[in-house]
Design a protein around this ligand. Structure first.
Ligand SMILES: Cc1cc2nc3c(=O)[nH]c(=O)nc-3n(C[C@H](O)[C@H](O)[C@H](O)COP(=O)(O)OP(=O)(O)OC[C@H]3O[C@@H](n4cnc5c(N)ncnc54)[C@H](O)[C@@H]3O)c2cc1C
Length: 431
């Protein structure tokens, strides 16, 4: 007989935006939820050194592709939202409808749970203002972007969004995990799920490693939400061999320029931007923490520039890449950039150079490539149905891996909406 302490109504694996939303909404409906999270739940200090083990460990959180493009993800409670920039792009409602997934109601409902508005003028730093003014002056459709930020808690000239905001100003998925815990959910951290236990083609629970011991937990519903790279690895171990192929990761570069007298290099990143929808390019201001800038500069041998921070205006170019590549069983990734992907990065960089030059910048240069949104590894319509159910009964997936196609924009609003929709579905008596 199973120990009742290990039996739940639902097990959620991973606590990023996808998993945390399902856990919050299921527990709100009175379900007994277990959240298993590989990372820690230590307090947010908002420092480089507290973020280092969560986001910058090569091979674990910093996944290097065979083509030497690092994919950044955070292994900690809250997932990559702990280090994300907090920009809220509207979900691709129409695109998902083509796959039988209507999240229009949930995209509205989520507004009650998260802040989603442009920063007030007084919180726009010198960098975002310089970017916006120059872009508008050149005739670009540049505007402030919606942010997952509570302005009353946010601080001007701060650079800590990407280290996990210690002031509670930036919403992250830990806000939802905390609500789930208040609703009675149980969180086990440093618990790495290895596989789903399948009996008679049905998921009945999961096997995980915690403190070097192997444990099992059981539930009539299992939701895998371990992210675009984490989920396919677990699913392959569970009998879904075709997970983890032909995905996107939204590659990006930074273009920097020096503007004499610009002032602080510290501000909320991605406060304003331009979306070239047809071209699949998005361009935003991107003030980053100083340590990150040093690392990116040294990658392209810009030693002198690495120590120039306050007067630098970084602009990010992120593109919609073509599907391709494979995630290996141990988490290594092969994802060549196609000719079209490279052309988009070049085209976006040219826009950025124009904007920097118009703003009076000199010493303009470009960073190496990086990626931050791996997704489409367990696509809707191929490996999960429109209810996010896999070929195994009782086994669902809810994170960026289910995105059915590339669309090139930050996905967090979409994942929250998908999580809300899945929680409603799972709460129906027949599910
Ligand atoms: C630097 C950066 C900036 C970004 N900025 C933005 C932005 O401004 N706006 C936006 O919308 N998006 C942004 N993103 C993207 C966004 O953060 C991610 O797309 C989002 O967090 C993905 O959510 P998820 O639920 O799919 O997975 P994740 O957030 O990756 O969460 C997966 C969770 O699963 C856990 N896990 C993994 N494997 C296992 C396992 N085997 N067992 C147990 N747990 C496991 C991980 O520790 C993690 O907590 C950014 C990302 C980065 C890296």
């Amino acid at each position: 007989m199973k120990d009742p302490k290990t039996v739940f109504d639902a097990i959620v694996v991973g606590s990023g935006p996808g998993g945390a939303t399902v856990a919050m909404d299921l527990s709100k409906q009175g379900q007994k939820v277990l959240i298993l999270e590989w990372g820690d739940n230590d307090p947010k200090k908002g420092t480089f050194f507290s973020t280092l083990p969560r986001a910058f460990i090569p091979g674990k959180t910093l996944v290097m592709t065979k083509q030497a493009v690092p994919i950044v993800r955070a292994i900690t409670t809250g997932g990559s939202s702990m280090i994300f920039c907090g920009t809220a792009f509207d979900p691709p409602v129409d695109m998902l409808k083509n796959y039988g997934v209507d999240i229009s109601a949930e995209a509205e409902e989520m507004k009650a749970d998260v802040p989603m508005a442009p920063l007030p003028d007084e919180l726009m730093g010198a960098g975002p203002n310089a970017f916006l003014e120059s872009a508008v002056d050149l005739g670009y459709d540049a505007h402030k972007l919606n942010k997952f930020i509570y302005p009353s808690k946010c601080k001007l000239n701060c650079q800590r969004c990407m280290y996990g905001c210690p002031y509670g100003a930036k919403w992250d998925a830990r806000n939802f995990v905390d609500k789930a815990l208040e609703n009675g959910a149980k969180l086990i951290t440093r618990a790495r799920v290895k596989k789903v236990i399948i009996e008679n083609k049905k998921a009945v629970g999961v096997e995980y490693i915690h403190n070097k011991e192997t444990y099992r937990a059981y539930a009539p519903k299992t939701i895998i939400a371990a992210g675009g790279i984490g989920s396919p690895i677990i699913l392959r171990q569970s009998g879904m061999r075709s997970a983890g192929y032909d995905f996107f990761f939204d590659p990006l570069v930074f273009v920097y320029g020096k503007i004499k007298g610009l002032g602080s290099g510290k501000s909320v990143p991605m406060s304003s931007g331009v979306h070239f929808e047809e071209d699949g390019i998005v361009m935003t201001d991107f003030n980053m923490p100083q340590m990150q800038k040093i690392a990116f500069d040294l990658e392209v041998f810009k030693v002198k520039q690495a120590f120039s921070y306050a007067d630098t205006l970084p602009i990010m170019i992120k593109v919609r890449d073509e599907l391709g590549g494979a995630v290996s069983n141990n988490g290594w990734v092969n994802k060549p950039l196609t000719k079209a992907d490279k052309q988009k990065l070049d085209k976006g960089s040219e826009h950025a150079k124009r904007i920097l030059t118009n703003a009076g910048a000199t010493d303009i240069y470009r960073s190496w490539k990086v990626a931050a949104h791996p997704g489409g590894t367990v696509k809707i319509g191929e490996l999960v149905d429109s209810d996010l159910k896999t070929k195994f009964d009782n086994l669902y997936v809810c994170d960026c891996s289910v995105m059915p196609q590339e669309w090139g924009l930050p996905p967090t609003t979409t994942l929250i909406a998908l999580g809300k929709r899945l929680a409603k579905h799972l709460n129906r008596p027949s599910s």
